[in-house]
Design a protein around this ligand. Sequence first.
Ligand code: IPM
Ligand code: MG
Length: 369
Amino acid sequence: MPEGLRRRVVLLPGDGIGPEVVIEAAQVLQAVSRRAAVPIELEEHAVGGAAIERFREPLPEETLAAAGAADAVLLGAVGVPRLDALPRGERPERALLGLRKGLGVFANLRPVRLHPALEAASPLRPDIVRGTDLLIVRELTGGLYFGTPRGVEGEGAARRARNTMAYSASEIARIARVAFEAARRRRKKVTSVDKANILEVSQLWRDVVDETARAYPDVRLEHLYVDNAAMQLVARPNDFDVILTENLFGDILSDEAAMLAGGIGMLPSASLGEGPGLYEPVHGSAPDIAGRGVANPLGAILSAAMLLRHSLGLPAEADRIETAVGQVLDAGARTADLARPGETAISTRDMGRRVREALDRGTPGERVR
Ligand code: IPM
Ligand code: MG
């Protein structure tokens, strides 16, 4: 096989349920590799608590180097409660921020799509969530997560802590362009979320988004304050197409939006920049259910689909995976997080196997090569 065809994916299973869901997604990638006759090489590295145990640091040099040299990175989750007492710079979560910054993945895409079969799995009323199909475009390498000065100073009652929310016009413009481009491929509406009634950062955000919008006259733009957006998201989710927002607001709104799609176990994400993309399910390490084989692997499997689409240039294979996931849900397969009272829950491995079987069968009318 010529070298140019070979695709390299670094797997970072991480902590908690991370390894359990990543293995299912990795097997889906292998199935795609076989059927599309594209060699996809998978290479595993340590991250998070798993890396702290082996290398005494959450993001070893060799992990970041391997990630940077790959075509794409598929991450499970990081976070171990036992390690929460470590100083901030040594906690497993540090690895995530290090990877995002190290790979320069400033654009975090979190599609929130409710599969019709899961209407009843949402804690919100079916008539409200029905038809939900939105995309959160979250800025990922700026804002409060990275701004300086930061830290805690002083002793005892005199302790004082601070973080800095800062954005440059160019950082805002580049994430705004991602949102407008995405909207062009969708329903052509961008809702930019800020706190421009209070924050200077948001005032600049709003100005730059307005300026960027001029190059996209075919896309409708609206601005919402973040508190109002949080309310509207659960009141009228169908009015949203692309939500464009900064790092912390996007973190909060994307967990809220997960509830529209039947739970956080369903949500995939892609983080994109100039180099390799970073793909991960939005759910965390879920230590309470880790090791029991009950986690929902669909967020990870749908992240693998995004990886094929955005980093490996295999959009048709991505579509196939999404179709297969839909078929499996239509057929009634539910992991514990999705099962309603009286419904039988299947294991992580069974859910992964069902998706691969659906993939092998292909969509009706399609010939499997
Ligand atoms: C997320 C997570 C992370 C974040 C944490 C684990 C650092 O909540 O990806 O949404 O806040 O970005
Ligand atoms: Mg979050």
